[in-house]
Design a protein around this ligand. Structure first.
Ligand code: ADP
Ligand code: G6P
Length: 365
């Protein structure tokens, strides 16, 4: 089923943290699209699958995406008894999470629990074999120090409260028929635990994608301003920037070359501090009309980790129907996916080199 782990290769492990409904599934689609390879699973059924619920795990020949909800300590009834939310660390089994992340990183197979979102039950565990890239996505990938230390790269999707409410309304009200009151009540109920246990992880992340309301028009509640905050000094990761590294730049692209609906489009780039860490930030505020024209912005970006000019635009075009493909959310998620591919290629090249050296040394001895 999976691509066997090449000898001497240890999987790279990526942590993706976000609240639910904040675009993790969309990001996973962008990531697996870039790695290519067939998506073999959901291993069983998964969300809305015809056969009902089986698993949250997504597998391609190169990547495995593990949803951390599977490490919930209690089932839904159990949480009713404790009165705690799934966001509370006490409701998650970090000992098992650590044990299994460690085992997978060592190339070992694990038997991982399954949290069934339909029934709220903990189902029969499934066997997970390591692939070269393993993504741990969910509420708490960076919460536990032991787990965090095993992650090769960490990403936090930081959706501002206004935007989160809009997205929830779109999904839960328009698509699932919930009332506005019930959506607001559920956000309110989660907020204290979100603030206490989920949000603090952004300070610990290598990359943060911040999604905010636009700055271009105070009345506009739909247009998004998206910032990609990239930490300096992360091994094997060189931040992306506009035009010139180290400079602070504000750029309004030529409307002749990039057409955009009101309130227009504006980019920024430059060094910043984020909770005391040195960062490079790239920002896009506004939407574009024509995805093909994104190549104009691509030409101004450096360190995109693409293999050829146009690859970024091509990757966006491949998922043109996914949410955020006409604005900075899609662009920054795609940049993050290229950064992860680059990290993987660097680490596997290092592993191959180390192996060759040890073979040569052994032969010489
Ligand atoms: P998660 O996997 O974190 O629960 P999803 O990727 O399924 O989140 O996104 C949840 C919903 O939020 C989507 O159905 C969509 O309505 C909205 N959404 C997500 N990303 C975006 C985006 N970039 N732009 C607009 N809406 C979005
Ligand atoms: C939230 C969390 C999920 C969790 C779910 C459990 O949606 O984001 O990670 O699995 O709560 O909710 P439940 O209604 O089953 O207690």
């Amino acid at each position: 089923l999976n691509m066997a782990l090449p000898e001497g290769v240890t999987p790279i492990i990526i942590g993706v943290a976000a609240d639910s409904g904040c675009g993790k599934s969309t990001f996973m689609r962008r990531l697996t699209n870039i790695f290519g390879g067939d998506v073999v699973g959901p291993l069983g059924g998964g969300f809305g699958a015809p056969g009902g619920w089986e698993t949250n795990t997504l597998v391609s020949d190169l990547t495995t995406v593990i949803c951390l909800d599977d490490y919930h300590l209690n089932d839904r009834n159990g949480r009713k008894v404790t009165g705690l939310t799934a966001l509370n660390p006490l409701e998650n089994n970090f000992d098992l999470m650590y044990e299994q992340v460690k085992a997978l990183k060592e190339g070992k197979t694990v038997s991982k629990p399954i949290y069934n979102h339909v029934n709220g039950t903990l189902d029969t565990p499934e066997t997970i074999e390591p692939t070269p890239i393993i993504i741990f996505e969910g509420l708490h990938p960076m919460h536990d120090d032991r787990v965090r230390d095993l992650l090769d790269f960490t990403l936090y999707l930081d959706i501002s409260p206004d935007v989160k409410l809009n997205w929830k309304i779109q999904r839960d009200m328009e698509e699932r028929g919930h009332s506005l009151e019930s959506i607001m009540a559920s956000i309110e109920a989660r907020k204290p635990d979100f603030d206490a246990y989920i949000d603090p992880q952004k300070k610990l992340s290598d990359m943060i994608i911040e999604v905010l309301p636009t700055n271009l028009d105070k009345e506009d509640k739909k247009t998004l301003r998206v910032r990609c905050i990239q930490k300096e000094g992360v091994p094997d990761f060189a931040p992306c920037y506009l035009f010139d590294s180290g400079s602070t730049i504000e750029w309004t692209p030529s409307p002749e070359k990039l057409s955009s609906p009101a309130p227009g489009i504006k980019l920024k780039s430059g060094p910043e501090e984020y909770f005391g860490s040195k960062c490079q930030v790239v920002e896009m505020d506004g939407n574009f009309d024509n995805l093909q024209e994104l190549v104009y912005i691509e030409s101004a970006l450096s360190n995109t980790k693409t293999k050829f000019y146009g690859e970024l635009t091509q990757a966006m075009l491949a998922l043109a129907d996914a949410p955020g493909s006409n604005n900075g959310t899609g662009l920054m998620q795609t940049l993050a996916a290229f950064a992860i591919r680059d990290l993987y290629e660097k680490k596997s090249a290092q592993a191959a080199k180390a192996k060759k050296e040890s073979t040569t040394a052994a032969a010489a001895a």
